[in-house]
Design a protein. Structure first.
Length: 270
């Protein structure tokens, strides 16, 4: 043992520059910057203009990767890491919560430069439309680029604008559809919570029941998708037929319905 070694000393942690840490974690520097901006990792140690990361940062990045593989969203990971740092029971959050964070959608985010975003909408990207897209959550800023939350929604909005519908109107309709979609999702979630998660006794499920519960909920994904798709397409049939009949009679559709709900749907149709 060297004379200046202290057996009680902890081993010195390795430190990494940004590019080295990204390589160790198997991610890009851009992704690392994004995680840092979202406060998913703690700030690095500064030495002049150089930022130094350590093994704690590397472990955090590997935890994020593992959670993403399990289906957690970045928002959910932020909550879990905050819970860990505040001393709450992350094991509990990762238990029953896992049954609900298995993704229901398979949306693919799309990275766009400002020029590419403008190309999609034929110059209709105004400051107001950009602010609305960020507010709704369709777009997020990552460095010098934008990230659109969904390839399908990007393609749909691009087609609508190309067919002559102003982007502002598309966004207004999208906001209304989002509101109604959240209401539909709340109905489905209430069914699951009331009849699957909360037993009649009010006692939380035992640990060995959680995997079964998660499997049951996952099996219900396509069932709820089928119900929602069927109801939306039948509602569109009713609405288009009603609009056509009014147009042929020279009347203005009133958007009414037998129970008033069809009137609300008319708002979302934009």
């Amino acid at each position: 043992m060297a004379a200046n070694e202290n057996p009680n000393d902890q081993p010195e942690q390795r430190e990494f520059r940004m590019t080295e840490l990204a390589a160790e974690a198997g991610i890009t520097v851009r992704t690392l910057r994004f995680y840092r901006e979202r406060k998913l990792i703690p700030p690095p140690r500064r030495e002049g203009r150089i930022a130094w990361y350590n093994e704690h940062h590397l472990a955090r990045l590997r935890s994020i990767a593992a959670l993403l593989e399990r289906g957690h969203t970045l928002g959910g990971i932020t909550e879990l890491l905050a819970a860990f740092e505040s001393g709450r029971d992350v094991g509990e959050l990762l238990g029953l919560d896992t049954a609900f964070v298995t993704p229901w959608s398979d949306e693919t985010p799309v990275r766009l430069t400002p020029e590419e975003l403008a190309d999609h909408y034929s110059g209709d990207v105004t400051a107001e439309n950009l602010a609305a897209s960020l507010d709704i959550g369709y777009l997020a800023v990552d460095g010098d680029e934008f990230v659109h939350t969904s390839r399908r929604l990007l393609d749909a909005s691009t087609t609508l604008v190309a067919r002559g519908i102003p982007l502002a109107a598309v966004l207004e309709a999208g906001r209304a559809v989002r509101t109604h979609a959240d209401a539909v999702a709340a109905i489905a979630a209430a069914l699951i919570r009331t009849h699957l998660v909360d037993p009649p006794t009010g006692t939380p499920p035992a640990a060995h029941d959680i995997d079964h519960l998660a499997g049951t909920i996952e099996e219900l994904h396509p069932v709820f998708q089928a119900v929602i798709d069927a109801e939306i397409t039948m509602a569109m049939d009713r609405r288009v037929r009603a609009e056509l009949e009014c147009w042929m009679r020279g009347e203005t559709p009133d958007g009414g319905g037998d129970d008033g709900q069809e009137s609300q749907a008319g708002t979302a149709d934009g």
